[in-house]
Design a protein around this ligand. Sequence first.
Ligand code: AMP
Length: 115
Amino acid sequence: MNTPKTIFQKIADKEIPAKLVHEDALCVAFHDVAPQAPIHILIVPRQLIVRVGEAQASDQALLGHLLRVAGQVARQQGLAKGFRLVINHGPDGGESVPHLHVHLLGGRALGWPPG
Ligand code: AMP
């Protein structure tokens, strides 16, 4: 039986709409539907990795690609004063979608420590 697609796989496959800002053979990036900062973009691999702590050695290049794309998108979005990348893992980490994604947050000064 085929595993049902995650919501992010459906976005990557253009089955549900999203405000895409980047796509390539390995990942897509789109605006978060519930932004937590003036700029809040998700960078998502097309291939399903459920969460970062479950990534395999074979995912290493893809994980690096996501971070490089996040930096490119931050530049495109004009975040010269800085930005934050976040990956939530599991319930205590605040994960709500079981398909690894990098949050790119910026456009205001971000507090530390995070909530
Ligand atoms: P996380 O809580 O780290 O798993 O992040 C999931 C993120 O996905 C949240 O910030 C949601 O607002 C966002 N999200 C959920 N559904 C959509 C969607 N259809 N389009 C864009 N962002 C979404």
